[in-house]
Ligand binder design. Structure first.
Ligand code: THU
Length: 157
């Protein structure tokens, strides 16, 4: 038996104002759309925005449902739309934000897996920028970093 360790490097900024202009833009879009999230059951608003390689930005929010499991996270709703409409345009950045907390909002496990699938498909890392209403912002280099020992199509044989 040998012990192994998983770790990854990421950047922590003390506020949104410290980000580069392109990063700030996509974070602001994610935050703005989160204000109109459809989250009447959890009252937890989430927004997600992507910046494509052509500079275009698309955004979405969580969409809940009276039948709770039917609801979808902001990230997956957005990525489904973007991958359906622009399957050959790479995603450079993905921002996730919320007005509900003052710390960087981490994507749920299912969304991490979803982001990873798109990242692998486009053969280019997606920069993931996590923020809340105020406070620290985390910049993560790749979906892979958020999902140790990840499952991909390679295991399907
Ligand atoms: N939510 C997201 O939209 N993205 C995440 O990564 C975490 C959770 C939503 C789902 C649900 O509508 C609400 O936040 C509370 O879990």
């Amino acid at each position: 038996m040998k012990k192994e360790k998983y770790s990854f490097e990421f950047e922590r900024f003390e506020s949104k104002s410290e980000l580069a202009a392109e990063q700030k833009k996509v974070v602001e879009e994610a935050y703005d759309i989160s204000l109109n999230a459809y989250a009447p059951y959890s009252n937890f608003n989430v927004g997600a925005s992507v910046q494509l390689e052509n500079g275009e930005i698309f955004s979405s929010s969580n969409q809940e449902n009276a039948s709770y499991p039917v609801g979808t996270c902001a990230e997956r709703g957005l990525l489904a739309y973007v991958n359906a409409n622009f399957p050959n345009i790479k995603i450079e950045k993905l921002a996730v934000s919320t007005p509900n907390v003052n710390y960087p909002l981490p994507p749920c496990g299912m969304c991490r897996q979803y982001i990873l699938e798109i990242e692998k498909k486009q053969s280019q890392p997606i920069e993931i920028i996590l923020s809340g209403k105020e406070g620290d912002v985390l910049v993560i280099n790749s979906a892979k970093d958020l999902l140790p020992l990840h499952f991909t199509d390679e295991f399907l044989g």
